[in-house]
Design a protein around this ligand. Structure first.
Ligand SMILES: Nc1ncnc2c1ncn2[C@@H]1O[C@H](COP(=O)(O)OP(=O)(O)O)[C@@H](O)[C@H]1O
Ligand SMILES: [Mg+2]
Length: 250
């Protein structure tokens, strides 16, 4: 479960999040929609622990624990996964090596025994087969020469292997084509579980046609302005964000 309580965040002397409150229960898929520049990515960066964002007030709890004082890797060990946290190409590192290092770092942080290579290969191959990641992709250096859709597949594979309790996907800026859109939504749908919460951040209603969120939240001017069911996304598709932008230089 993810709980965001009265979160205020500044960059420099500008306040971007202005008392944002949102709860995503276990098993729930919540979507945040909102106009560009409203602080959606800022929210995901703050939850992930990226530098440069000052939390002046509020809390972010994962399964009841405030994570804001934890380092990013400690947050990951608590079950947080931010999709697109490894979008970089790493030319010298084979994808399989990277996945091994990633999984064993999580296990060490949790005090669990590390996976030996044969077990790891089996685990990765099984998950990869389910998600349409080819053996050939696993042999290549991480993300190098991958298409947009292949990078998405790799990110979803990382998420599947890490089995997060809270998964956050920020799709706003990525210009997803139809193929990548399906990869992301199939991935989220296949990982839905009663113990897992998802927060899907998007500018596009289209993604929500495939993911079908349990709740939809409109973010504007640094707060959640309105919450509802999937029908709210359709209303936004029709009317845009004009009702939520009063007072904001659009
Ligand atoms: N690191 C940063 N430095 C300066 N301004 C930033 C930074 N991150 C975000 N902002 C500003 O905060 C506002 C919200 O940005 P962002 O969170 O990316 O919005 P969204 O994802 O909703 O489009 C924008 O005006 C952006 O310019
Ligand atoms: Mg954004």
């Amino acid at each position: 479960m993810l709980e965001i309580r009265n979160l205020h965040v500044s960059v420099g002397d500008r306040e971007i999040l202005k008392g944002l409150t949102l709860t995503v229960k276990d098993g729930e898929v919540a979507a945040i929609m909102g106009p560009n520049g409203t602080g959606k990515s800022t929210l995901s960066y703050v939850i992930a622990g990226r530098e440069g964002y000052e939390v002046t007030q509020g809390e972010v709890l994962i399964n009841g624990e405030n994570i804001l004082d934890l380092a990013p890797h400690e947050r990951a060990a608590r079950g947080l996964f931010l999709a697109f946290q490894y979008p970089v190409e790493i030319p010298g590192v084979a994808t399989m090596q990277f996945l091994k290092a990633m999984l064993n770092a999580q296990r060490r942080a949790r005090g669990e025994p590390e996976l030996q290579t044969p077990d790891l290969m089996k685990l990765v191959r099984e998950a990869a087969a389910k998600l349409g990641v080819s053996q050939e992709m696993l042999r290549r250096p991480l993300n190098s020469g991958f298409s947009g859709g292949e990078k998405k597949r790799m990110e979803i594979l990382q998420m599947a292997l890490l089995e997060p309790s809270v998964g956050i996907l920020d799709e706003t800026d990525s210009g997803l084509d139809i193929d990548a859109l399906r990869v992301v939504s199939d991935g989220v749908n296949s990982l839905r579980s009663p113990q897992r919460s998802f927060l899907v951040i998007t500018h596009y209603q289209r993604l929500l046609d495939y993911i079908r969120p349990d709740s939809v939240h409109v973010m504007a001017q640094g707060v959640i302005q309105r919450s509802g069911g999937p029908e709210l996304a359709l209303e936004l598709e029709k009317n845009g964000y004009r009702d939520y932008l009063a007072g904001e230089a659009a």
